[in-house]
Design a binder for this molecule. Structure first.
Ligand code: UDP
Length: 333
């Protein structure tokens, strides 16, 4: 099968492209390189274009049977300050992609969704029947597209899997690709940069949450485990399986302090840190119930927090020096 991977020059898309290729699928990467990196597409055919550009998309779609859609913006804080950018890039352009898929006869679509569609859940672990009540424009934009997929399935028969990621982290074991957002806002790369003395002290956003050590708890899931779930979702749709929305997480939560301790253990270095106020919009705990993905896709996250931090550290040391991955200016409460 040939698969179009939108956003294949980005963090999760570049991992999915590799895992798909290793599974024997033909991969075409479609990316406008606005935030992705061309060097991450080495070994793949790269088609440069916007997902909203139907003229460029149609010939690409004629060459594939399925689409994996990763191209999106993903900063919660930025989405609050600039919702226009998020609704344009995460809703308007993807709808053009979806329409082009229907017109090109694509019948399988795997969508990169997020646990942000749940907002602040009433209970954890979070199951898929938790109401979708996103609390920021990023989460709303992803929920909108999930709903569009549901409607397009009913009306046009387009078959989909919406995969709701918890905290994607870690890097490909080959060292070829890894996380590098610019600016960087994620805990593990910032903690690694601080440990290496290549970034400012890590800011710990709040120690007064109702959790055992007072810091937020998240479900960190290895990016290659996520990528493997995409391959399984595609196989599921290919085998005639029902459309689905599934959580992708490990089911285990770690606090910010536990992650910092793991970074210190793996790197053998202290993480210089500074306790600051809460980051607006951070719920105390987000942990997946991954049972549905296990039942329907026979998927389990296989890699541990130690694997996540080890592979991220390997990538951090090998990545090109010009990728600075500096922290984003965030406002704290
Ligand atoms: N976090 C932190 N300092 C940082 C970045 C993140 O304390 O510099 C915390 C953040 O408050 C959250 C957790 O680490 O509880 C994971 O944040 P990240 O931005 O990596 O992912 P998110 O949960 O926002 O998707």
């Amino acid at each position: 099968m040939a698969v179009l991977v939108t956003g294949g020059a980005g963090y999760i898309g570049s991992h999915a492209a590799r895992v798909l290729q290793r599974a024997g699928q033909k991969v075409l990467i479609y990316d406008n390189l606005s935030t992705g990196y061309e060097f991450l597409t080495q070994g793949f055919e790269l088609l440069r274009g916007d997902i909203g550009d139907r003229t460029r998309l149609m010939p690409a779609l004629k060459r594939v049977q399925a689409v994996m859609h990763f191209a999106a913006h993903c900063y919660v804080g930025e989405s609050v300050q600039n919702p226009r950018k998020y609704f344009s890039n995460n809703v308007e352009s993807p709808l053009a992609l979806l329409n082009a898929c229907v017109d090109a006869g694509i019948s399988r679509f795997v969508f990169s969704s997020t646990c942000a569609v749940y907002g602040v859940p009433a209970k954890v672990p979070i199951t898929e029947d938790t109401p979708r009540l996103p609390v920021n424009p990023y989460g709303v934009s992803k929920m909108f597209f999930e709903r569009a997929l549901e409607a397009y399935n009913q009306a046009y028969g387009l078959r989909y899997a919406s995969l709701r990621y918890f905290n994607a982290a870690g890097a490909d074991e080959s060292g070829e690709t890894g996380e590098c957002h610019d600016p960087e806002s994620h805990l593990i790369p910032l903690a690694l940069a601080a440990a290496a003395g290549a970034g400012p002290p890590l800011q710990i956003f709040g120690t007064d949450y109702p959790t055992p050590d007072g810091t937020c708890i998240r479900d960190y899931v290895h990016v290659n485990d996520l990528a493997e779930a995409h391959v399984k979702a595609l196989q599921h749709l290919d085998g005639g399986g029902d459309c689905l929305a599934a959580n992708l997480g490990t089911g285990d939560g770690y606090s910010v302090m536990e992650v910092v301790a793991m970074v210190e253990k793996i790197t053998g270095k202290k993480v210089p840190r500074q306790i600051v106020g809460r980051r607006p919009g951070d719920p105390p705990a987000l942990v997946a119930d991954p049972a549905l993905a296990h039942e329907r896709l026979q998927w389990n996250a296989r890699r541990s927090l130690s694997d996540i931090v080890s592979t991220a550290w390997q990538w951090w040391q090998r990545k090109p020096a010009n990728l600075s991955c500096q922290p984003s200016p965030v406002s704290n409460a």
